[in-house]
Design a protein around this ligand. Structure first.
Ligand code: GDP
Ligand code: MG
Length: 597
């Protein structure tokens, strides 16, 4: 029957190993889009994704593959490859029976190759290794085959060896999908069970739920119930991704497609929920997804206080498409009304920040990111703190704990020393080291999350000439002596600049932050002392000298263009300033501070 000719699969890989390029080639080969329609990187359609070369939201597309034994429908779900977005990967995998594991022939197995592969195995998926980039002179195809067999334990001699760029052997990938990935199971006449693996808010259609129908059928006019929210809607449209949305009459069990129902509130149709038939409901919902838990929190404030409502609307809209983003109202003495937002990681935070500025045109200030600290109070209570301002005073704190991760770093052996050194300075605790063949090693460390959310990844890359890769997972909490480091501008405490730091780092950090602020805060009409303090104790101080009366006074005579330039520069500098107490602080000061060691 029809399910024999359906395959639902994902592509997983380490970042840059060629998932999106391979997806594009599969789309092109199967003629889903004509070459003319084919823009480069069709699946990475969000502007930001293209710029950063990463895939943020999972995307789905239906491919029609014709071969001698018939016509196959291959539903491809693209997944992101960055560690911040692992939750999206696991969501997408639940909609599939198999996964293509792309491995770059010049790089071999990397940290997220392993992490994503284990994720897929954990979901009982059939894994089809594909070796990519064989067109490159530095490709080490045979070695990579051996790595896959030795390290992951998958048979890889018969793995398709392709170039997603030039298109060599792409048909092998399609055949492997058809031959090796199991067909979907499920009965069309059973009560409806459809898994929502993604959703999107469309201003005309309302919430568009991306679904995998596991049992039953779904069609326009049917009354459906969302099992978690208990909300009932009438289906207005169902369809498939070609890759645009194309309406069809019906989705059957085994199909991947979308469902709309004039759903205005995305909370009624949450990702991970099960859609069932309102008249003939399934007894049990499908097992839910791993919930996305924000791990990094920071304050987001409009530079122009009057844009608070707009910012709120922007966050609400972003949340429609991003289940992992959380936010709640927050009030800062320095910055006024804003929001404490929760993110999966720093990349996620930067993306949200950029989208607010670009897509919604709101200039914002983001405060130093914080992890979730557990505070054990002397009165026996345990509280969780995500905003340093809320930290109780030291005499109310018995002790504190911070989250730690288990990090796996894969590196060529020549950089093992450099990597160990880095982990050491970031308070890492060495677990062990294993070899992948002779030239590469996996280093396992326990590291405080706080130490890796800032610039750990960039530093790791630069110390290993880009060769090391990183993956990490939460591994609990550990006791640490932490203090609240405050920053004062012109003797006024700027709550938005406070941060929680390990006690033995506080002095260095305080000194570096005051120095950095001195660089980024422009001269003003008066002298500005910049101080770092722990409690009432000042531990570092710098001063921004008062501005000369008139910057233009320097330009004697009639050099108009120079004057113009100076004025423009001043205006530019003013554009993103925020009045904090008596001092004007540029927007990037807040970002600069958090990049300080
Ligand atoms: P993703 O992060 O896994 O989605 O990787 P992309 O598909 O974005 O590819 C990362 C980079 O590798 C891009 O610059 C691609 O052009 C390049 N790339 C992908 N496949 C191949 C290939 O087969 N050969 C070569 N030479 N480059 C490739
Ligand atoms: Mg990609």
């Amino acid at each position: 029957e029809r399910q024999k000719h359906i395959r639902n699969f994902s592509i997983v890989a380490h970042i840059d190993h060629g998932k999106s390029t391979l997806a594009d080639r599969l789309i092109e080969y199967t003629g889903t889009l004509t070459t003319r329609e084919m823009e480069t990187q069709v699946l990475d359609n969000m502007e930001l994704e293209q710029e950063r070369g990463i895939t943020i939201k999972a995307q789905a597309v239906r491919l029609i593959y014709k071969r001698e034994d018939g016509e196959y429908i291959l539903n491809l779900i693209d997944t992101p490859g960055h560690v911040d977005f692992n939750y999206e990967v696991s969501r997408s995998l639940q909609a599939c029976e198999g996964a293509i594991l792309v491995v770059d022939a010049t790089q071999g197995i990397q940290a997220q190759t392993l992490a994503n592969c284990y994720l897929a195995m954990g979901n009982d998926l059939e894994i089809v290794p594909v070796i990519n980039k064989i067109d490159l002179p530095s490709a080490r195809v045979d070695e990579v085959v051996k790595e896959i067999e030795d390290v992951i334990g998958l048979e890889a001699h018969t793995a398709p060896k392709v170039s997603a760029k030039t298109g060599i052997n792409i048909v092998d990938v399609l055949d492997a999908v058809v031959d090796r990935i199991p067909q979907p199971k499920g009965e069309d006449d059973a009560p409806l069970k459809a898994l929502i693996f993604d959703s999107y808010y469309d201003s005309y259609k309302g919430v568009v739920a991306y679904v995998r129908v596991k049992e039953g059928v779904i069609h326009p006019g049917k009354k459906i119930k969302f099992m978690a929210s208990n909300k009932i809607y009438e289906v207005t449209e169902v369809g498939v991704f070609t890759p645009g949305m194309m309406p069809v009459e019906m989705l059957y069990s085994g199909d991947v497609g979308y469902v709309t129902g004039s759903i205005k509130n995305v909370r009624d149709a949450r990702v991970g929920d099960t859609i069932t038939d309102a008249a003939n409901p399934a007894k049990e919902a499908l097992p839910g997804y791993k919930k996305a838990i924000p791990m990094v929190f920071s304050g987001i404030y409009p530079i122009d206080g009057a844009k608070y409502e707009e910012l709120k609307e922007a966050l609400e809209k972003l949340q429609l498409n991003d289940a992992a983003l959380s936010f709640e109202y927050e009030n800062s003495v320095a910055l006024g009304f804003g929001f404490r937002c929760g993110f999966l990681g720093l990349l996620h935070m930067e993306i949200i920040q950029e989208r607010i500025e670009r897509e919604f045109n709101i200039d914002i200030i983001t405060t130093a990111p914080s992890v979730i600290y557990k505070v054990f109070r002397t009165d026996g209570d345990v509280i969780e703190i995500t905003n340093p301002t809320n930290l109780p005073s030291p005499n109310e704190i018995e002790h504190m704990e911070e989250p730690v991760v288990k990090a796996s770093i894969i590196t060529p052996t020549e950089y093992v020393g450099a990597v160990m050194d880095l982990c050491q300075t970031r308070r890492g605790v060495y677990i062990n080291m294993e070899y992948i063949e002779q030239t590469r090693a996996v280093l396992n460390y326990i590291l405080p999350l706080n130490e890796i959310i800032y610039d750990f990844f960039d530093t790791l890359k630069s110390r290993t000439r880009g060769y090391a890769s990183l993956d990490y997972e939460m591994s609990g909490y550990q006791k640490t002596t932490l203090v609240k480091l405050d920053i004062l501008l012109n003797s006024e405490l700027v709550d938005a600049l406070s941060m929680i730091v390990p006690e033995d780092r506080a002095y260095t950090k305080g000194r570096n932050i005051t120095e950095k602020l001195k660089e980024v805060i422009p001269r003003q009409m008066f002298e500005i002392p910049i101080q770092a303090a722990i409690g009432s104790k000042i531990i570092a101080r710098e001063t921004v000298k008062a501005m000369r009366k008139d910057v233009l006074a320097k330009c004697y005579g009639g050099d108009i263009s120079r004057k113009k330039k100076l004025l423009e520069k001043q205006k530019e500098g003013k554009k993103r300033m925020r009045q904090v107490g008596s001092v004007e602080v540029p927007q990037d000061a807040f970002m600069a501070v958090l990049k300080v060691e």
